[in-house]
Design a protein around this ligand. Structure first.
Ligand code: LLP
Length: 420
C-alpha cells in the first residue's frame, strides 16, 4: 500500500499533485511520501511484535536522506550502517548511538574508530582479521565493542546474483562451519564483547524458505556456541524481504515473515535484530520525470525519451530491474514503447516494449517503487548532476535534497598548473 494515487485524473503524492512538484522543483525529482514511510515502519514493527525482544535497524543504504532517517527515528527505528558516512547520517538524524549497528565487509580503521568513539550498539564482524583489528583499536582506546559475528550460511537466496550475499562464494561473513572457532578466539580478546551472531543472505527475496533455511543453520550454531560455553544474547537476522515492483505481484507480507521468524527462532532466548531497508522505503518513493520527446525511427515501438536516466535510477541498467511507469495525467490511451534516458549508451534503458500510458513530449510520468536504492545510487555520469529529492506530508511538500548542478561538481575539479 502506498500514497501515490490518481485524484481527479492527476497522480498525487498524498494530497499534492505531482504536477505542482514538477512546477516548483523541476524534473527529474525523487518524491517520497511521509505517510507511506511511516506506515511501512509501523507495519513491520507491529508484525514483529509477536516476538519477545526485537531491535529494528533501518538499512540506511536503501535511502540515506536525512529527512527519511528522521521519519525512521520518530518511528523508533535504529540504523544499520556500512560506512562512516552512513554512521554520521544516523547520528545527525538523532538516532541514539546504542541503536546503531555497523555492518560491512570492508570497515576501515578510521571507521572502526568513529563507531567506537560514537559508542554504537553493535559491530557485525565479517572476518577474523576484522575482529582482531577492532579488538586492538578498542583496547587501545580503553573501550569495549559489542560484536556479532556475521556468518555465511551457504544458502541460495534465489534472488538476483548481484544482490545475493549468503552463498559460500560471496564475500560476506565467515563460513558457518568455521564460525564457532572464530567466535571463541575473538571472545577471548580484550576489547571485544562477543554477544551474538548475524546473518543476511540477500536482498529482494520473494520467498521465505531461504530465510528459514539460513535461520535454522544459525539456530544450530547458537546451540553449538552455548554448548561450548559462549554467551549469545543477540542474533541479527539482517534484512532482505522483497517488495512488488510490478502491479499485481504478491510478496510474503511482514506478518508472514514474522510468523516464519517466530517458528525458526523458537526457544533461542535472544534479542532478535533486523535490518530492513527496501520493505520500509521501496514504494514510499517515485522518480518523477518528463518526456523529452517521442522518437519514431522505424515501424517498431517508439522510444519514449525521458529526462531521467541510468545515472539517476541505476536499477534497470544494473540489475535489469522492472519499475512500473505511469503517466501523471493518464489520458486513458495506451502505447507500447521503449522507455529510455538521454545517456549515451544503450544500457540507459528503463524498459523495452512496455505497455504504458500514451505519452507525448512534455508529459510527466513516474517510475514507481523508487524509494529504495534510487537517489542513493545516483552518479553524475554524462555530467548530469544529482537529482533533487522532495518529501510530501499531507498537502505540503519540502525539498529534502537540493538538485546538485553539473557546475557544482566541476567546481571541485582542478587543472594542475603543469597542464597550462
Ligand atoms: N543488511 C545488510 C547487511 C545488507 O547488506 C543489506 C542490503 C540490508 C541489510 C538491507 O536489505 P533490504 O532489506 O533492503 O533488502 N542496490 C540493490 C540492493 C542492494 C542491497 C545491499 N544490501 C538494489 O537496488 O536492488
Amino acid at each position: 500500500m502506498d500514497h501515490f494515487e490518481l485524484k481527479n485524473g492527476v497522480l498525487h503524492a498524498e494530497d499534492v499533485p505531482l504536477t505542482a512538484i514538477a512546477d516548483a522543483v523541476g524534473t527529474p525529482v525523487y518524491v517520497y511520501s511521509r505517510a507511506t514511510l511511516e506506515r511501512h515502519a509501523q507495519v513491520f514493527r507491529d508484525a514483529l511484535s509477536i516476538l519477545p525482544r526485537v531491535h529494528i535497524a533501518f538499512a540506511i543504504k536503501a535511502n540515506p536522506n536525512l529527512a527519511v532517517l528522521r521519519v525512521m527515528k520518530r518511528e523508533g527505528l535504529g540504523a544499520d550502517v556500512v560506512s562512516a558516512g552512513e554512521l554520521a547520517r544516523a547520528l545527525a538524524a538523532g538516532m541514539p548511538a546504542d541503536d546503531i549497528v555497523f555492518s560491512g565487509v570492508g570497515k576501515q580503521h578510521h571507521e572502526m574508530i568513529a563507531g567506537l568513539k560514537a559508542g554504537i550498539g553493535q559491530f557485525n564482524i565479517e572476518s577474523e582479521e576484522e575482529g582482531e583489528e577492532l579488538a586492538e583499536i578498542a583496547a587501545s582506546l580503553g573501550l569495549t565493542a559489542n560484536c556479532a559475528l556475521r556468518v555465511n550460511p551457504d544458502v541460495d537466496a534465489r534472488t538476483h546474483a548481484k544482490i545475493s550475499t549468503g552463498k559460500a562464494e560471496n564475500k560476506f561473513g565467515v563460513p558457518i562451519d568455521r564460525a564457532a572457532g572464530i567466535y571463541a578466539r575473538l571472545a577471548s580478546r580484550p576489547g571485544l564483547n562477543m554477544r551474538g551472531v548475524a546473518v543476511h543472505i540477500g536482498s529482494q527475496l520473494s520467498e521465505l524458505e531461504p530465510f528459514e533455511e539460513a535461520f535454522a543453520k544459525v539456530g544450530a550454531l547458537v546451540a553449538e556456541l552455548r554448548a561450548a560455553g559462549q554467551s549469545v544474547t543477540h542474533v541479527d537476522l539482517g534484512g532482505g524481504l522483497g517488495v512488488p515492483y510490478k502491479a499485481g505481484e504478491t510478496f510474503p507480507s511482514p506478518e508472514e515473515y514474522a510468523a516464519m521468524v517466530a517458528r525458526a527462532t523458537e526457544g533461542w532466548d535472544v534479542t532478535l535484530m533486523f535490518e530492513p531497508g527496501r520493505v520500509i522505503c521501496g514504494n514510499a518513493g517515485v522518480l518523477l520525470t518528463k518526456v523529452v520527446r517521442v522518437k519514431r525511427s522505424s515501424n517498431k515501438a517508439p522510444f519514449v525519451i525521458v529526462d531521467a536516466a541510468m545515472n539517476d535510477l541505476a536499477r534497470p541498467a544494473m540489475y535489469g530491474a522492472w519499475h512500473d511507469f505511469d503517466a501523471v495525467k493518464p489520458s486513458g490511451d495506451r502505447m507500447t514503447a521503449h522507455i529510455v534516458g538521454p545517456i549515451c549508451e544503450t544500457g540507459d534503458t528503463f524498459a523495452m516494449d512496455r505497455d504504458c500510458d500514451a505519452l507525448v513530449a512534455g508529459d510527466l510520468a513516474v517510475f514507481r517503487t523508487a524509494g529504495a536504492y534510487g537517489a542513493t545510487m545516483a552518479s553524475s555520469y554524462n555530467s548530469r548532476g544529482f537529482v533533487a529529492e522532495v518529501m510530501v506530508d499531507g498537502d505540503k511538500f519540502a525539498v529534502v535534497a537540493d538538485r546538485i548542478m553539473p557546475e557544482a561538481i566541476s567546481a571541485s575539479e582542478r587543472v594542475p598548473d603543469w597542464l597550462e
